[in-house]
Design a protein around this ligand. Structure first.
Ligand code: B12
Ligand code: SF4
Length: 464
């Protein structure tokens, strides 16, 4: 048998990024956390060269690494304001493996590798930096076998780069070159990976000249005899949709879920946004399932942002609020819990040039949360927003964690036998599981008595 020569030992490192939800590598309808897709492609590339590859998250001791002694350590990076975690990993592995080559790349590195601070630190830890997309690694599919747990979705790009140049955005700086896949390439890849959930990381999915062919082809695609669920994590470019409304029907036919469009510019675009939403509604997406990305704490004033929010009320669509953080910032200590004490510009970027303040940032977020809860739970019933809906919504998310579907109404939850205690236990287990990164159990098929007994087991097991 032909034995492949092992050339080098590679250690791929995903720094301990502070993901809000610690159940790592989980992607569901709201894709909070993602697999380190860049590293998985790099892993596939190095394996193809005959190298041995291991992937870890954060700082691991020699024992935890089973005395794997790498020749090369590859540290990826993501948001610029999470740079601290990248340097923590680099420092740690530099001390642990003094002779190893260390290289770092990814979003933050691409945007910052020429800054004085970066150059100084790179010199201190003798680390090489790599800017941009890795041409060779891009030819490979992500090697999901490098992850400890199964991931039920495939993350991919049908195109790289973007046709626009929005001032606040990093994508066109990170991916200056436009690259488009064809329908055959996209289909071939999805079939090869064989997962029935696919997330596109494209910055501007509709700008691919092959997009109609891709949408038509994926609409017919089946994996294991089942249609495939598609989602695009970025918003669709509404201007392109407005120019060519056929996109709306094609997206629907292809099975795209959680549709989002962006409204980054002024209130003057309201009628355009209405047209875009109307096309999507006509194609079969209920308004409450459509979300509008909105950048705030940027150059549109708080007052005008509230006007935009009120217009979304009329349209009956949800809002995804994106707080502006400059690409130059290397930290962001905004805390949603500091509502009473407040925070200052020392903690996070407050766009005072356009009149933003900590209070306005928090008020806008709060208004968006209220708005979304109203859209989700009250609007269709002709009800006003009620603070109690927030309570129910929080319980709903606990139910979702255990795969329990929709909870009963608040009346039952507050007065029905045993519900208060049950929810308390469920929340404790959920928080514990999240803290420890334990996979959520599926209690979907259980009757109440069985549920109580399973919850007790989960909670007691924690003490073992
Ligand atoms: C997917 C994505 C998300 C996902 C999560 C991403 C993740 N991995 O967990 C979600 C939806 C959660 C998300 C959220 C947000 N995002 Co986002 N996101 C992206 C996107 C589209 C892709 C990033 C990515 O994961 N790429 C994956 C792989 C394929 O690429 P890669 O890691 O870069 O790897 C390749 C190369 O970089 C290289 N490489 C990587 N590492 C290494 C190491 C070495 C040694 C080498 C040689 C090469 C190498 O090789 C790989 C293969 O080619 C980027 C835009 C972009 N074009 O990059 C924005 C981007 C990173 N996001 C951005 C922003 C602003 C946000 C939000 C703040 C928006 C908001 N205000 O709400 C939130 C933040 C949420 C939070 N928790 O703080 C900004 C970042 C700005 C910044 N200051 O850093 C970007 C750049 C987009 C933009 N509009 O500017 N995002
Ligand atoms: S359209 Fe989106 S991805 Fe393209 S430059 Fe603007 S914000 Fe960035």
């Amino acid at each position: 048998m032909l034995k492949m020569k092992v050339n080098k030992k590679i250690l791929l490192v995903e720094p301990e990024f502070p993901y809000p939800n610690k159940s790592k590598h989980k992607a569901n309808s709201v894709h909070k956390n993602f697999v380190p897709i860049g590293l998985l492609k790099l892993g596939a590339y190095y394996k193809s060269k005959g190298d041995k590859v291991k992937l870890v998250r954060g700082r691991k001791s020699k024992k935890e690494l089973s005395y794997y002694n790498p020749d090369k350590v590859i540290v990826t990076s993501l948001f610029t304001y999470w740079s601290k975690y990248v340097w923590d990993s680099i420092k740690y592995y530099r001390e642990l493996f003094q002779k190893a080559e260390i290289e770092t790349g990814g979003v933050y590195v691409t945007l910052h590798h020429q800054t004085e601070k970066f150059v100084k630190l790179a010199k201190r830890y003798q680390v090489k930096s790599y800017a941009g997309v890795h041409e060779e690694a891009e030819k490979f599919l992500p090697d999901y076998s490098l992850l400890e747990e199964d991931v039920d979705y495939h993350a991919t790009h049908a195109m790289r780069g973007c046709i626009r140049r929005c001032a606040f955005c990093g994508t066109w700086r990170i991916e200056p070159k436009l690259r488009h896949k064809t329908a055959e390439q996209v289909i071939g890849e999805i079939k090869k990976v064989g997962k029935s959930n696919v997330i596109f990381y494209d910055n501007n999915f509709l700008a691919n000249p092959n997009v109609k062919d891709i949408l038509k082809a994926i609409a017919k695609l089946k994996i294991n005899n089942k249609p495939v669920n598609f989602e695009c994590q970025s918003g669709f470019d509404g201007r392109l949709l407005e120019k060519d409304p056929e996109f709306a029907t094609l997206l629907k036919k292809a099975g795209f879920q959680n549709i989002r469009i962006a409204w980054d510019n002024s209130i003057k675009d309201a009628l355009s946004i209405k047209k875009q939403v109307d096309y999507l509604v006509k194609a079969g997406y209920p308004p409450k399932n459509i979300s509008i990305f909105m950048i705030y704490n940027f150059n549109i004033s708080y007052k005008d942002m509230i006007k935009k929010l009120n217009y979304c009320k009329k349209l009956g669509v949800q809002i995804i609020d994106c707080r502006y953080r400059p690409l130059e910032s290397t930290s962001d200590n905004y805390s949603p819990h500091a509502f009473r004490t407040g925070q200052t510009e020392k903690d996070y970027h407050i766009h005072s040039e356009a009149g933003w303040s900590d209070k306005k940032v928090r008020n806008f977020r709060k208004s968006v949360r209220k708005h979304n809860i109203w859209i989700r739970y009250a609007k269709d019933k002709g009800l006003e927003y009620d603070k109690r809906m927030e309570k129910w919504s929080a319980i709903h998310s606990t139910f979702k964690f255990f795969n329990l579907g929709r909870p009963p109404g608040l009346e039952v939850l507050e007065n029905g036998y045993g519900w208060k205690e049950r929810i308390q236990v469920m929340n404790k287990i959920k928080n514990h599981y999240k803290r420890e990164g334990i996979k959520a159990p599926n209690f979907g098929s259980l009757k109440i008595k069985e549920l109580d007994s399973e919850l007790k087991k989960c909670w007691d097991f924690r003490l073992d």
